[in-house]
Design a binder for this molecule. Structure first.
Ligand code: THU
Length: 141
């Protein structure tokens, strides 16, 4: 897929994830991450990583965006864009985030891994999370 084929709302989502990155609270990791989550009805929830001196209490940008959306009543998601300052590598969600994103976003969620120059790589939760633990499907949504 070339850049010209990228839908306008996804191009904007990628830009928003770069903006979200500027709000990262990361005095410990010094690693800025932004994530912008698009609902199926066109709303966007932005998240950033929030570090803590007790390191395991830190939260990643992706989960921040999802928890904001869920806590405001949204359940149906189309895409998420993730941004970092790495110029030579597409940021890719950690394992913990993949588990959460799979459950809340579903296997078809589009995931755009980006670089600061706005270049992107498109993937899906199905690709990022093969052989998932997804027994939650028996529980109610
Ligand atoms: N981080 C994210 O926010 N998302 C990722 O995909 C990878 C890691 C954060 C967690 C922590 O604040 C910092 O980046 C270093 O791991």
């Amino acid at each position: 897929m070339g850049d010209s084929e990228l839908p306008a709302e996804i191009k904007k989502l990628i830009e928003q994830s770069q903006e979200a990155k500027t709000h990262a609270y990361c005095p410990h990791s010094k690693f800025h991450v932004g994530a912008s989550l698009l609902t199926k009805d066109g709303k966007v929830f932005n998240g950033c990583n929030v570090d803590n001196v007790s390191h395991s209490m830190s939260i990643c940008a992706e989960r921040c965006a999802f928890f904001k959306a869920i806590s405001e009543g949204h359940r149906d998601f189309k895409a998420i864009a993730v941004a970092s300052d790495m110029a030579d590598k597409f940021i890719s969600p950690c394992g913990a985030c993949r588990q959460v994103m799979y459950e809340l976003g579903g296997k078809d969620l589009e995931v755009y891994l980006t670089k600061p120059d706005l270049s992107w790589k498109r993937t899906t939760m199905e690709e990022l999370m093969p052989l998932p633990f997804d027994e939650f499907k028996v529980a109610s949504k």
